[in-house]
Structure formats: C-alpha cells, structure tokens
Write a protein that binds this ligand. Structure first.
Ligand SMILES: Nc1ncnc2c1ncn2[C@@H]1O[C@H](COP(=O)(O)OP(=O)(O)OP(=O)(O)O)[C@@H](O)[C@H]1O
Ligand SMILES: [Mg+2]
Length: 255
C-alpha cells in the first residue's frame, strides 16, 4: 500500500482537484484507491458526491467521536469504480483540537487504520500546516506538491517545504517528496512559463513532466460531483491527470 499526502500551505493551488482526479486515474487503471479527506472544508468529499449536508453518511468527525474508531466503517464507495472516500465535514477542526487536548493524543489516524485491500491511499489536506496536515505528513510515505503556476507560487512553497522538513526530522524520517507538479498552467501567459522554469531550475527532475493546464471542465466536474475522468473522459484535464498518475506510479515503482 502506498500512502500519499497532497500538501501545499497555499490555498487554491489544486490540492483537492488533484487528489480527486489523480485518485480516479489510479482507480481507472485498476489500483484500489482510497481518498481520505483531511480538510474540514470537505471539498474532496463534496467533489465525490459525499456532501454532509445531505446527511446520508458519516465522516472523519464521527470516526473521531466513536468509541471503536474503526476507520473501515467510515469508508464509502464513490460513483467512480474502484475509488473510495473517507469524507470530512467542517466540524472536524474543532473536534480534533478538543480530542487532542482531552486524550493527550498526537494523531487520530495511523497507517494501520487503512484496510489492506487498498493499493493507494491519498490524503487531501487543508491550506495550512496545522495539526490535520501534520497528521497526513506523519503517516504518509510520499508527498505530492501541486504548485500553481502563478505569481507568489514559490513564496508559499517555502513554508510547505519547511514543514515537510520538520516532519522528516522529528516525526517521520522516511517521508519522501515524490515530486512537484505545475497546476493551473495557462499556456498563453509568460508568468506560467516563468514559474514552471523556476520550479525546474530549483527542483530539477523532482518536477513531474506532466503539467496540469487550466481547464474549465475540471471546474464543471467539481460542480457535477464527479471526477473529470467520468464527467468528461476525453477532456484535456482528464488526459493530463491520467498522465500524471502514470508518472506517479512509475516513481512509486522505483521506490
Ligand atoms: N487545472 C485547473 N483549471 C481550472 N480550474 C482549476 C484547475 N485546478 C483547480 N481548479 C479550480 O480552482 C479552484 C481551487 O482548486 P482546488 O480546490 O483543487 O485547490 P485546493 O488547493 O484544494 O484549495 P484549498 O487550499 O482551498 O483546499 C477550484 O475552484 C477548482 O475547481
Ligand atoms: Mg482543497
């Protein structure tokens, strides 16, 4: 089982879009994939049709409040074959903080909690390096970092890398940065090209060849509560996430 955390301290860079669509791309090629939504904003859950306001399912918050804490009870199938999700909800942040203080615990999710039928577990994280992101990094084997190819992309990245570094030193020495990838790439603008070039100068081959371009079908797919791979299977965004998934699997195979 591979455990991947998608992190970037900066908001709106494409973490959730990548978690959902990479997850679907893994699932499509036969990898049983579990997306764990560690963001109280619950965007990945909503993207996959698991919207708490409909009240038809339980979330990580219920898991936290339960006595048995059996994660398997909180794993839901999605409309996409081979892709499952542990949903989140807004109350997660406050409950998590409370429980941590009351029970004097560090983390509420551990690798052993994931049923071993899964080939890949992807954790989506919030746009801050708080305790929920720490939990993802503490148990992950690999980190994927989406970088929005726009101004200030590199500034936000520094804080993210400092946090990953801190986790590697103190909590999870085996944590490995699997790679960076450009998102929201607008081929018509110079800034997109410049940011990508800077990223490649700084991180070399750690930057994936695949770049995720701006694609409105990705936004529509979110609205339709489906991965782009089923919403608009031949759209550019779908093809790019498939290509990224192949690259990620290739790197995982080399580890
Ligand atoms: N390649 C893309 N082309 C066009 N729109 C995109 C693309 N990727 C993401 N978006 C849109 O940009 C917005 C932010 O993306 P997303 O929610 O994936 O980012 P995030 O990093 O998870 O944000 P947050 O930090 O708030 O959790 C969303 O509305 C999403 O639909
Ligand atoms: Mg998000």
């Amino acid at each position: 089982m591979h455990l991947l955390a998608i992190v970037n301290n900066k908001g709106g860079v494409g973490k959730t879009t990548s978690a959902v669509n990479l997850g679907a791309a893994f699932a499509e090629i036969g990898q049983a994939t579990l997306l764990v939504d560690l963001d109280p904003a619950a965007s990945a859950s909503v993207h996959l049709g698991l919207d708490k306001s409909r009240g038809e399912h339980q979330t990580l918050c219920d898991y936290l409040l339960s006595e048995k804490r059996r994660l398997a009870d909180y794993i839901y199938p999605t409309t996409f074959d081979n892709l499952w999700c542990v949903p989140s909800e807004p109350a997660l942040s406050e409950f998590y903080e409370e429980m941590m203080q009351e029970e004097d615990m560090d983390f509420f999710l551990h690798q052993k909690d994931f049923p071993n039928k899964f080939d890949i577990v992807i954790m989506d994280s919030p746009p801050n390096m708080g305790n929920l992101a720490y939990n993802a990094l503490a148990i992950a084997q690999h980190v994927l970092i989406p970088v929005q190819t726009q101004y200030l992309a590199m500034t936000g990245l520094e804080l993210t890398l400092n946090t990953v570094n801190k986790v590697q030193r103190h909590l999870n020495p085996k944590l490995n940065i699997l790679g960076f990838f450009g998102t929201h790439y607008d081929r018509r603008t110079n800034v997109a090209k410049e940011v990508l070039q800077k990223l490649r100068e700084k991180f070399g081959t750690m930057v994936f060849d695949t770049v995720i371009g701006i694609n409105s079908k990705l936004i529509e797919a979110y609205g339709a509560q489906k991965p782009i791979l089923s919403y608009a299977s031949s759209a550019r965004g779908a093809r790019e996430y498939r290509a990224l998934a192949r690259e990620v699997l290739q790197r995982l195979g080399q580890k």
